[in-house]
Design a protein around this ligand. Structure first.
Ligand SMILES: Cc1cc2nc3c(=O)[nH]c(=O)nc-3n(C[C@H](O)[C@H](O)[C@H](O)COP(=O)(O)OP(=O)(O)OC[C@H]3O[C@@H](n4cnc5c(N)ncnc54)[C@H](O)[C@@H]3O)c2cc1C
Length: 406
């Protein structure tokens, strides 16, 4: 039987980040996940890239993750939003004299490797990969998890970081609002002739948004990741094209402004859905990351929301421990619920609204959208506010996201 401060079910990006955040403030965690982390090394495991906001990057420094990143990531210097290829879009940039990028592009497999290496090097993190939880008992005074390797774990608090289909959330009877979009995201990496200059593009088409995200050069060639949301029917068609034909379609969607493009990685496709848990706590239980909420990737915020959950929960627990409180105490869970509930709901609704607003076909809606983009671009404070949203620096920021220790 081994005892830690927290048991985390799910050792994905968010579960590992939470464990690192706790470890850096002296709290211990046991992670349980059936997955074999060796499978993460295959490029076919998760070909996605993530736009990590600059506040999430500050957390990487604060929790000692930065030294484990095998590559620095590509800074996002500007975000441009366009309604199709017509002129008159919107550009977000950091305010003058501020050198911190809006965010950083990282390959998910690099993030996973860094978080895993950080966890393996930690004194206070115990990893139980390739292991299933046979039973979970959240009793009044403690949590007990029995593993299929014969071990038993106990802790005052259980965290579900199990992703979209979190079994623990279901078992707790937590209701979830959810719907599927009629869209899938096609993800790949492109090499192109001209440099991207650190610009991330979100080009809205009636069929769905096309995101072009800057990456570090490879083999002397500029690279960008694409996340192309298309209807499910179109997704099947796009996936059946040859690499050359698909690259030609992508080049056309980009209006050829980066020159000739070619595909660098196989295409993968992700069905897009939305879900939002009605509450993110229960008896001795807290939900983080996709276990609590999943949103349209239109604004690249899903993982950043998960990192915010991890930073807020770590702060609540560390401050509670300093006061000598039981880490499963209802007061602490209520504080976490209040802190994260509203922020995740606001972001979820904004991204859902955006995906619907730009999905309305026709000339009139398009003209209205372009007018909206042009007006927003001219109002400095509004534009700066949206840039701050992209950076993840608005709202009641947990200390770790300010780059400060707890
Ligand atoms: C196409 C696409 C592009 C995206 N781009 C971005 C972006 O640019 N920026 C951004 O911020 N976000 C982005 N996102 C969202 C982001 O990928 C997710 O929000 C993030 O991966 C969620 O991480 P997680 O750790 O919560 O869940 P997951 O990554 O799903 O991890 C869950 C883990 O839990 C384990 N698990 C499952 N069940 C159990 C169980 N019962 N017991 C124990 N372990 C269990 C799984 O094996 C897994 O390891 C994108 C999403 C998509 C679909």
């Amino acid at each position: 039987m081994s005892r830690t401060d927290v048991i985390i079910l799910g050792g994905g990006l968010v579960g590992l980040a939470l464990a690192a955040a706790l470890d850096s403030s002296g709290l211990s965690a046991a992670i349980v996940d059936p997955v074999d982390p060796d499978s993460w090394k295959a490029s076919s495991f998760d070909g996605r890239t993530s736009a990590v906001s600059s506040s999430s990057r500050r957390m990487f420094d604060a929790i000692g993750l930065a030294p484990f990143l095998i590559e620095p990531g590509c800074p996002i210097r500007s975000i441009r939003v366009a309604d199709g290829l017509a002129p008159g879009g919107l550009a977000f940039e950091p305010p003058q004299g501020d050198d911190e990028p809006l965010g950083w592009m990282h390959e998910n497999r690099h993030l996973r490797q860094a978080l895993l290496a950080r966890a393996e090097a930690a004194k206070l993190i115990t990893l139980h990969y390739k292991t299933n939880a046979l039973s979970v008992d959240r009793a009044d005074h403690d949590v007990t998890v029995r593993l299929d390797n014969g071990d038993t774990l106990t802790a005052p608090l259980l965290v579900s970081a199990e992703g979209r289909n979190a079994a623990t959330r279901e078992a707790a009877g937590i209701r979830v609002a959810h719907w599927q979009y009629d869209h899938a995201a096609i993800v790949s990496t492109l090499a192109h002739e001209r440099p991207h200059d650190g610009v991330a593009w979100e080009i809205f088409y009636p069929g769905g948004p096309f995101a072009l995200l800057p990456m570090t050069d490879a083999g002397g060639s500029p690279r960008s990741a694409i996340v192309w949301s298309v209807t499910r029917d179109d997704a099947r068609g796009f996936l059946s094209l040859s690499d050359e034909d698909f690259a030609a379609e992508a080049e056309a969607a980009m209006g050829n402004f980066l020159g000739h493009v070619r595909l660098l990685t196989p295409r993968s496709s992700y069905p897009l859905g939305f879900h939002h848990a009605a509450r993110i706590t229960d008896t001795r239980l807290a939900l983080v990351g996709d276990s609590a909420h999943a949103i349209h990737p239109i604004a690249g915020q899903g993982l950043n929301l998960g990192f915010r959950d991890a930073a807020a929960l770590a702060q609540v627990l560390v401050e509670g421990a300093r006061l000598g409180l039981d880490l499963g105490d209802r007061q602490l869970l209520d504080r976490y619920e209040r802190w994260r509930g509203l922020d995740t709901m606001m972001v979820a609704m904004a991204t859902d609204g955006l995906s619907r607003l730009f999905g309305i076909p026709g000339k009139l809606p398009s003209a209205v959208r372009r007018f909206g983009l042009a007006v927003t671009g001219k109002i400095g404070p509004l534009r700066d506010r949206l840039a701050a949203e992209a950076r993840g620096t608005t709202g009641d920021l947990p200390l770790l996201l300010q780059g400060l220790p707890i």
